[in-house]
Write a protein that binds this ligand. Structure first.
Ligand SMILES: [Zn+2]
Length: 87
């Protein structure tokens, strides 16, 4: 599990020192892994820019695990898979 602000909030951790639980990129939704990897307009644009730069045209899946498996499926060269997984 990614320790997003939404996940930390569910565990009773408050955000009294500023920032709040909203996504720091768009400030429109609760920060969650689903939001960060699929529905955040800012991060979605960054992913699209990255894939355009790498010359891939894809629609991003709505769940982070599907995003990861799709991402890993884009590369067939096993030598580059470690580098690719870091992205
Ligand atoms: Zn956002």
């Amino acid at each position: 599990m990614i320790p997003t602000k939404g996940a930390l909030l569910k565990r009773g951790i408050s955000f009294n020192s500023g920032g709040g639980p909203l996504c720091p990129f768009c400030n429109n939704s609760l920060e969650s892994s689903d939001h960060l990897f699929a529905s955040c307009d800012i991060s979605y644009s960054v992913w699209q820019l990255l894939y355009n730069w790498l010359n891939f045209s894809i629609v991003l899946p709505s769940k982070p695990i599907h995003h990861f498996s799709t991402h890993m499926g884009l590369i067939s060269n096993h030598r580059l898979s470690k580098f690719w997984s870091v992205i």
